[in-house]
Design a protein around this ligand. Structure first.
Ligand SMILES: Cc1cc2nc3c(=O)[nH]c(=O)nc-3n(C[C@H](O)[C@H](O)[C@H](O)COP(=O)(O)OP(=O)(O)OC[C@H]3O[C@@H](n4cnc5c(N)ncnc54)[C@H](O)[C@@H]3O)c2cc1C
Length: 404
């Protein structure tokens, strides 16, 4: 293999390139990135960048020298628009064609946009988005955040830190419905309320109103939230459109690029990694797709090594999923899967203390560990999730005796 193309210059794209070089590959690597920036980290965009502790320019994943040392043919500000069927030729938006012996798809996701183009309504995915929201923080005084997923929750927390009044609007009955069990989500609702956020749950948005720019968010129950600044955290749209007609199959359900346990797609020599990769996970009894920073790096490294290794020498990707979120200077950490769960037990601390480790289980097995303000205790349980651990074994490992 002498020619590898990486589509996407984010976390997964960068780690793909680094893993190829670490494995001794010294052929050409062409990396195509739609944004004008070298690979950068998104987690600070909703945290340090908004609170003013960090700068949007300081989020680079690597220094210029480190990127230069990878010897990439870096095509920034250029999008892949088509993958030719049955081939590994990628067409770019300037009409050029890049062909590789191998291709890694790492084009990730874009923020899902609300159905309005009123100025003052933002999403948060890119450096430019974060700069725009941070600038707006300076004069808005009040913000409405639509969607209480992790990004929305962090924006609300950062807005409070920056001195804004904040209203957090969520259609579901608890925040983070997609990611955590409602019993844990309820604690996070209280965390926002403790910090002065007006949390409106179970209230879908009907629309955005204002003369020339946003002035209020209209809710489905007819009420309105007045705010000159709105940030929407409505989840993502996966950047898979350019693969239409290529033979790379997309997955049902959680969507994304259908991969096998080795990161292989349905087209030979084409692998995927990061937010858009949908892969089977034996310990969770099905397929999954993770929108997690750590996953993007780890999965990219495995896909890249497998591309080089070829048939028969490939390693499976069976991670312990890991996600963290920083809100109100508190760290929330999730190992494994926290939803759906049929059993929840706070094995250390308590919800009232706003400091705990909760075990989450399904069908008699431990499936997730969620910690608030408890980093060492939470991370200690990672090995339990790296293998099949029954609920009772997990409780015993924590020295926890359930009250009957
Ligand atoms: C505001 C925010 C905060 C977050 N905080 C956390 C956190 O605290 N903890 C955590 O675990 N995770 C967090 N995440 C998630 C984490 O950042 C993502 O999981 C990670 O960025 C995924 O990396 P990726 O490389 O797969 O995709 P992306 O980061 O989406 O990178 C894909 C790249 O490909 C480019 N691209 C898209 N289409 C094309 C195309 N057609 N051609 C060429 N290039 C293309 C994109 O411009 C982008 O640069 C956060 C995400 C956001 C947005």
């Amino acid at each position: 293999m002498r020619d590898i193309v990486i589509a996407g210059a984010g976390m997964a794209g960068l780690h793909s390139a680094e893993a190829l070089r670490d494995a001794g590959y010294d052929g050409r690597i062409t990396m195509i990135g739609a944004e004008p920036h070298r690979p950068y980290s998104r987690p600070p965009l909703s945290k340090e960048v908004l609170t003013g502790v960090g700068s949007p320019k300081g989020v680079a994943l690597r220094g210029d020298e480190q990127i230069d040392a990878l010897g990439l043919d870096l095509r920034l500000g250029r999008a892949a628009v088509r993958l030719r069927p049955g081939d590994r030729s990628v067409e770019l938006d300037d009409g050029s064609l890049v062909r590789g012996d191998g291709l890694i798809i790492a084009t990730g996701a874009a923020a899902r946009r609300p159905a309005t183009d009123l100025p003052g309504v933002h999403v948060l995915r890119t450096i430019e988005d974060a700069e725009a929201v941070r600038d707006a923080f300076g004069s808005a005084g009040r913000i409405a955040v639509v969607g209480a997923g992790f990004v929305g929750a962090e924006v609300a927390a950062s807005a409070r830190a920056a001195g804004l009044e904040a209203v957090l609007i969520e259609a579901a009955p608890t925040p983070l419905m997609r990611a955590v069990d409602p019993r844990v989500g309820a604690v996070l609702t209280e965390l926002h309320r403790d910090n002065g956020v007006d949390v409106r749950l179970g209230t879908p948005v009907a629309g955005f109103e204002g003369a020339g720019r946003v002035e209020r968010v209209r809710l489905a129950d007819g009420s309105a939230v007045e705010a000159p600044l709105v940030v929407c955290g409505l989840g993502v749209e996966l950047n898979t459109g350019w693969l239409a007609g290529s033979g790379v199959r997309l997955a049902d359900g959680a969507g994304g690029v259908l991969c096998d346990a080795h990161g292989r797609t349905t087209v030979p020599g084409v692998y995927a990694a990061g937010d858009l990769a949908n892969f089977p996970h034996p310990r969770y009894g099905g397929r999954m797709r993770l929108e997690h920073w750590t996953n993007a790096g780890e999965q990219a490294a495995v896909s890249a090594r497998n591309l080089l290794a070829g048939e028969g020498a490939q390693e499976p990707y069976e991670p312990v999923p890991y996600f963290w979120s920083d809100q109100y200077k508190l760290k929330i950490q999730l190992l494994g899967q926290a939803a759906p769960a049929d059993t929840v037990e706070f094995v250390h601390g308590s919800a009232e203390d706003r400091k705990f480790v909760a075990f989450l289980g399904r069908d008699g097995l431990l499936t997730g560990v969620l910690g608030l303000r408890s980093t060492p205790k939470t991370m200690r349980y990672r090995p339990l999730l790296a293998e099949r651990t029954t609920w009772d074994e997990a409780l015993a490992a924590a020295g926890f005796t359930p009250r009957r």
